[in-house]
Design a protein around this ligand. Structure first.
Ligand SMILES: [Ca+2]
Ligand SMILES: [Ca+2]
Ligand SMILES: [Ca+2]
Length: 609
């Protein structure tokens, strides 16, 4: 058991990570209610009466063919607004502006456009582009998690608590002020705790350094010398740094709160403390410890290990999940198969991609990865990193700073933060519903011709192109996940391979609406294959008679709930002939992958449209 150690980096070369400025707003998106006009000084150079100014403005409007609904309105000391009779858009605005500008009486003119409320926080690491990974993919790169449109929907809520089961927290960091709940310190032994006692109510992080004399000692076997990591505080800042406070970094959830649960100290954490930490975070009883007054609906666990999931770990995750808490875990930095806790059932395991969306050379991987998110390029690669709240102290806490780190530990809190945003718009979502919606909303992986595809059986020592079999469903997309947070889910029983000429059942009875709604309508349609009639196309269970020929047919189910929200899904039926001598099982995987690709394509098209 050990933390997934980051590569600590000094805060420097920030300029290298700067992005180009945002694209200008397109002209066709512009809405204006009039023109803001500044007249030239009167011909005689003297002062002009308000009445004379109004007369000149009226003449300008008339010359330009503007049918002003009302008289000009002063804008500041020198300019006036000439209102249109009704708001104009696009080129109509530009035409009116051009006509007014041609008037020799006019010094300046600009449209009085409606400024869209931008959910862009003013934290300098965000505005400077250093926190590229929070932006839209167009702004921040293929892997950016698309928070700006998500922040238009919600900035989180104080009720959505995210536990950070980690090294404790720096309560004195100014960019975590007001965002940290009291939490608890569950480290049970003195050598690890480094705070002079065992379990206690103070979850602050005293540092977890290992001095050269302590390294590989009897107290700290197999532990190398290292400086304090401030691991938990970095993660807390990613999830919920004080945001839009003009200081430092932005967090995923402006209004999310973090519950620090301290389990990791010098030389890492004990399994027994971690599983107690998960239980306590979820609001479950832990012997000898007061009940958690603020149970977390999302639990971030950025720990790794070399063994596979054990009943001790699985039971804690099962209990937390049953209590309604989603456990979000790091995939691991071993460039190999997932290990505990990422391979436990019911967790959302998060792997790390670079800014360009390729798997990092270090991220563990496999088909059971839940989602991929930015994790920094890693020390052996280059590219933009992730910045968050930290401390300059090499041992105990010193000056509050911002630092960069790499690792799946730091991809994980991005997904945990998105889950908290989803719960703030729909607190009824279960852990399984959170996972399915985050995955349904995933963006497809990009692919670079300069890199190989990740290999399911042989780890590559470089970045690689993610596939479904190596990186799971796709890239984390906060906005798409938030849209789906209030949607029903369309679930279709698999069909797979059937004899040619079969009648098959299209079964959508697994579909579900979120709390407070129910499925109001089912609509089946055919997407591909030779045309076949669908019986009961408006019912939860429909059927089709497939022709007596080999082929593939894809059907779509669209469900709409009582609140008018919709979702869809796809199912494939493939036929074989009895004299083929096989049931097509060997190609089942290919069908599954094709179905997945089709579903993603549909999502992508819908999003792009
Ligand atoms: Ca303690
Ligand atoms: Ca303590
Ligand atoms: Ca801030």
């Amino acid at each position: 058991m050990r933390t997934l150690r980051p590569h600590l980096l000094p805060v420097l070369a920030l300029g290298a990570a700067l992005l180009a400025s945002l694209p200008a707003q397109a002209a066709d998106a512009m809405v204006a209610r009039g023109l803001i006009v500044t007249l030239k000084a009167p011909a005689d150079g003297g002062r002009e009466s308000p009445q004379a100014t109004r007369e000149r403005l009226k003449a300008v409007a008339a010359d330009a063919g503007l049918a002003s609904a009302t008289a000009a309105v002063p804008v500041g000391p020198r300019a006036h607004l000439l209102p249109f009779a009704a708001p104009l858009t696009g080129t109509a605005v530009q035409d009116a502006e051009r006509r007014v500008r041609l008037n020799p009486q006019v010094a300046r003119v600009e449209p009085d456009v409606r400024l869209k409320r931008q959910a862009a926080p003013n934290d300098p690491y965000y505005t400077d582009g250093i926190q590229w990974h929070l932006r839209t993919p167009a702004e921040g790169g293929a892997a950016a998690i698309n928070l700006p449109p998500a922040w238009e929907r919600t900035r989180g809520s104080a009720a959505a608590v995210v536990a950070v089961v980690d090294s404790g927290a720096l309560y004195g960091h100014p960019d975590l002020a007001g965002k940290l709940l009291p939490g608890y310190d569950l480290i049970s032994d003195l050598d690890t705790s480094n705070d002079g006692n065992g379990r206690d109510a103070d979850a602050s992080d005293p540092g977890d350094w290992i001095s050269p004399s302590e390294a590989n000692s009897a107290r700290y076997p197999l532990c190398p010398a290292e400086d304090s990591s401030w691991h938990g505080s970095f993660i807390a800042g990613e999830i919920a740094a004080a945001t839009n406070n003009g200081l430092g970094v932005a967090g995923v959830g402006w209004d999310t709160r973090v519950l620090p649960v301290r389990v990791s100290g010098k030389c890492g954490a004990w399994l027994s403390d971690v599983v107690d930490g998960i239980r306590w975070a979820a609001g479950l009883p832990v012997s000898g410890v007061p009940a958690n007054p603020t149970p977390a609906r999302v639990i971030n666990v950025s720990f790794g290990g070399s063994s596979s999931c054990t009943p001790t770990y699985q039971n804690a995750i099962d209990d937390a999940t049953a209590a309604g808490s989603l456990v979000v875990v790091a995939a691991g930095n071993e460039n190999g198969p997932l290990t505990r806790p990422a391979d436990c059932a019911g967790v959302l395991a998060v792997g790390a991609v670079r800014q360009d969306g390729l798997k990092t050379y270090y991220s563990s991987y496999g088909p059971n990865v839940g989602i991929m998110a930015p994790g920094g390029p890693g020390a052996a690669d280059s590219g933009p990193r992730l910045y968050s709240t930290s401390n300059a102290g090499k041992r105990g806490p010193a000056e509050s700073i911002y630092d960069s780190k790499d690792g799946t530990s730091f991809a994980t809190p991005l997904a945990a933060g998105v889950a908290a945003l989803m719960l703030s718009v729909n607190p009824a979502l279960t852990p399984a519903q959170l996972v399915s919606r985050i995955q349904s909303g995933a963006r497809p992986f990009p692919s670079s011709a300069a890199y190989p595809s990740c290999n399911a059986s042989t780890p590559l020592n470089s970045a690689c192109n993610c596939t479904r079999e190596t990186c799971g469903p796709g890239l984390l997309d906060a906005d798409r996940a938030l849209q789906l947070a209030t949607s029903p889910s369309a679930v279709i029983a698999p069909i797979g391979s059937v004899p040619a000429g079969s009648t098959v059942t299209l079964d959508g009875r697994g579909s579900a609406a979120v709390a407070g709604a129910s499925i109001a309508s089912y609509q089946w349609s055919q997407v591909s294959g030779s045309p076949v009639g669908i019986r009961d196309a408006g019912a939860p269970v429909a059927s089709v008679s497939l022709p007596d020929a080999r082929g593939d047919w894809v059907f779509r189910l669209l469900v709409t709930d009582t609140l008018g929200r919709s979702a869809d899904n796809y199912v494939t039926a493939s036929t074989f002939r009895q004299d083929d001598g096989k049931g097509g099982g060997a190609t089942g995987l290919a069908w599954g992958a094709g179905l997945w690709a089709l579903a993603l394509l549909a999502l992508w098209r819908r999003r792009a449209g």
